[in-house]
Design a protein around this ligand. Structure first.
Ligand SMILES: [Zn+2]
Length: 311
């Protein structure tokens, strides 16, 4: 290659680089003079999916917890903490779901980072009597706040509408059209799931799960919570031999059709209970997203696995 050609190739390579460097930091279509694109950090993946759907390309959405990690347990790295502290808004579930992030989130809030807490905007479900949870430990007792709000699409609709309002006041981002569209789609999803689970006979609508994660779903779609392998609203609780014996009795007394295991449940314990009670063990995805990253797919999968397991 001669020298002139090398120079020409070099110039051609430089042109796109220069062009990229001149791109404004603001979102495409942002009015002149508006500040740089805002960053919203969401703590976990299921909520993150709905926030992405709501926000579209009007802000950058970052989810802290890698998908597939147990949200009750996951702890942020120094880099994750830095991202949270630099966020224009942090969206969290609340009610202790983000157990391993709690200190980081509190510190960020105290330092002045803006927060949206999903559970502040909904009717919080309380652990009820007869849910197979022993009293004593305040986190597990009757009356404790249930953080698993995302298993009910109507609750997620309330959350996204509230977030849309806060995005406008806190960040000056108007997503009202998207919020309305998302609300309509969540309404349809709600009806679709009700139709899916409709085929489960009333007598079979009894849930045994890894931990008590399906309370909002049960309340909304007419299922009874019989018990959980980890008898708690978090995976981070102790299981005693007495708890497991009580659960086996509950499974038999209620003629439960399936035991649903989840992230954070010991597969060996689930299999042992299944074997001893003669009940099949089915894996249920309650705390992580499907490959397409869609909350809608997540909920459809949840309803289908439960329906197939119990009918
Ligand atoms: Zn959970």
């Amino acid at each position: 290659m001669n020298k002139n050609l090398i120079t020409l190739v070099g110039l051609l390579l430089l042109v796109p680089l220069m062009f990229t460097a001149c791109q404004p930091a603001a979102a495409p279509g942002a009015p002149a003079g508006s500040s740089a694109r805002k960053t919203i950090v969401v703590t976990y993946s299921v909520l993150g999916s709905v926030v992405r759907d709501l926000v579209g390309d009007k802000a950058t959405v970052i989810v802290s917890m890698p998908n597939g990690q147990d949200p009750h347990e996951w702890e942020p790295s120094a880099k994750d903490i830095e991202t949270i502290n630099k966020a224009d808004l942090v969206v969290q579930n609340g009610l202790g779901l983000e157990g391993g992030m709690e200190k980081t989130l509190q510190q960020a809030e105290q330092a002045g980072v803006k927060f949206f807490t999903a559970s502040d905007h909904i009717q919080v479900r309380k652990v009820g009597p007869g849910e197979g949870i022993p009293t004593g430990d305040p986190d597990q007792a009757i009356g404790a706040d249930d953080p698993h709000l995302w298993t009910d699409p109507s609750v997620m609709k309330t959350v996204e509408m509230a977030l849309a309002a806060q995005l406008k006041t806190d960040l000056g981002i108007d997503v009202s059209d998207r919020a309305q569209d998302l609300a309509t789609r969540l309404d349809s999803l709600d009806k679709e799931i009700a139709a899916t689970v409709d085929s489960v006979p009333t007598a079979n609508r009894r849930l045994v799960t890894g931990h008590e994660s399906m309370g909002y779903f049960a309340q909304h779609f007419g299922f009874k919570l019989v018990g959980a392998i980890i008898p708690s609203i978090t995976t981070q609780a102790e299981v005693s031999a007495a708890d497991l014996a009580a659960l086996k009795q509950l499974i038999q007394d209620n003629q439960v059709k399936a035991i649903f295991t989840e992230l954070g449940t010991s597969p060996a314990v689930a299999q042992a209970i299944g074997k001893e009670t003669g009940v099949k063990v089915v894996e249920l995805t309650t705390h992580s997203m499907p490959d397409d990253g869609s909350y809608f797919t997540f909920m459809r999968n949840l309803a289908k696995v439960i329906t197939d397991g119990l009918k």
